[in-house]
Design a binder for this molecule. Structure first.
Ligand code: TXA
Ligand code: MG
Length: 307
């Protein structure tokens, strides 16, 4: 890890494992590193990055924390939740990293390697998911290797397998911008107040755009059997195809398998002469809400699949 830390400090880019997905990491205080990240991902530089730090002390150097943020931090950090907060005026973060916004998205990852990396590097790290923009996020080192020629720290399979929950704490009431492993209900319990779902009037996270993270092959969701020209992704007893997200119907297992199975089916589709991936229904409870949210966005733009 020493080599990768030295590289990051020189403005280089490294792929870092986290508990959610792999990130494409660079020094968040270095505009050149940030520019490299946007270029590598082919990501519009108007779309701000998440800043990763090792601990709350460093997080508070970057943003103004309110009571809600303190409460969430003590309940869920380190872990798979990102908070959007007002950025400090004297923040050392390159303005390119936050796309010149006056807010900043911050997260303290719980993955042992990610946390060690952040502690030893001692600088805030910008790390978007290590995928080319709009393709499926990576949950294994191999997924990153397929897309980028950068040093990769292999931390095994990401345990959660879905991007962090993003919550906007800059309004009087918390607003979920992106669904993830930490659910709206879990957050509402901590606050003992209403947590809003994002509305389309306010930006902000591209995870909110209708089409996002799609495989190249069309998707058909809520499928209970296979039609001609389809390969299938089952769940529980609805075992409709080549892969099953969780034969025992466990949503946590399904979330951690989702991206790697979608990638596998996407690359196998042609070989099987298939033009579509059919996906079994996933119950919309707990992490199932985030899974369905991702699947709905990934299947959007294919109107024939909407029926
Ligand atoms: O789990 C994760 O969050 C992963 C791992 C690597 O930590 N990272 C990740 O980053 O998913 P990325 O760049 O793929 O997604 C970051 C999201 C984007 O949707 C971006 O628009 C949103 O965070 N975001 C960043 N700054 C924001 C801000 N100030 N206000 C609202 N949304 C923001
Ligand atoms: Mg991403």
């Amino acid at each position: 890890m020493i080599k990768e830390i030295a590289l990051i400090k020189e403005g280089g880019i490294v792929a870092l494992p986290t508990e959610t997905v792999y990130g494409l990491a660079g020094d968040a205080t270095n505009p050149k590193a940030i520019e490299k990240i946007y270029k590598l991902k082919n990501r519009p530089n108007t779309n701000p990055l998440i800043i990763h730090v090792a601990n709350l002390y460093h997080a508070k150097e970057l943003a103004h924390f309110n009571d809600m943020a303190d409460k969430l931090a003590s309940n869920f950090w380190p872990g798979p939740i990102t908070m959007v907060l007002p950025k400090r005026d004297n923040s050392p973060i390159a303005i390119e990293a936050t796309a010149s916004m006056d807010t900043i998205a911050i997260r303290i990852p719980s993955h042992e390697i990610a946390n060690k990396f952040l502690r030893e590097a001692g600088i805030p790290i910008a790390a978007p998911s290590a995928n080319i923009s709009n393709y499926i996020s990576p949950t294994e080192a191999e997924h990153v290797r397929e897309a980028f020629d950068v040093p990769i720290i292999d931390g095994g399979k990401s345990v959660y397998g879905l991007e962090s929950t993003i919550i906007d704490l800059t309004e009087p009431k918390p607003i979920i911008l992106r669904h993830g492993f930490i659910t709206k209900d879990a957050i509402a319990k901590v606050f003992e107040c209403e947590v809003k779902d994002t509305n389309s009037n306010k930006i902000l996270a591209p995870g909110m755009m209708k089409k996002h993270y799609a495989p190249n092959t069309l998707l058909r969701i809520n499928a209970t059997s296979l039609e001609n020209g389809e390969i299938g992704l089952g769940f529980g007893e609805i075992d409709i195809g080549q892969r099953n997200l969780s034969p025992r119907g466990d949503l946590i297992e399904a979330a951690s398998n989702l991206y790697s199975m979608l990638r596998a089916l996407d690359s196998k589709a042609k070989q099987f002469g298939a033009t579509k991936i059919a996906i079994a229904p996933i119950p919309s409870i707990g992490i199932g809400i985030a899974i369905n949210d991702k699947l709905q966005r990934a299947s959007f733009c294919h109107p024939s699949l909407d029926s």
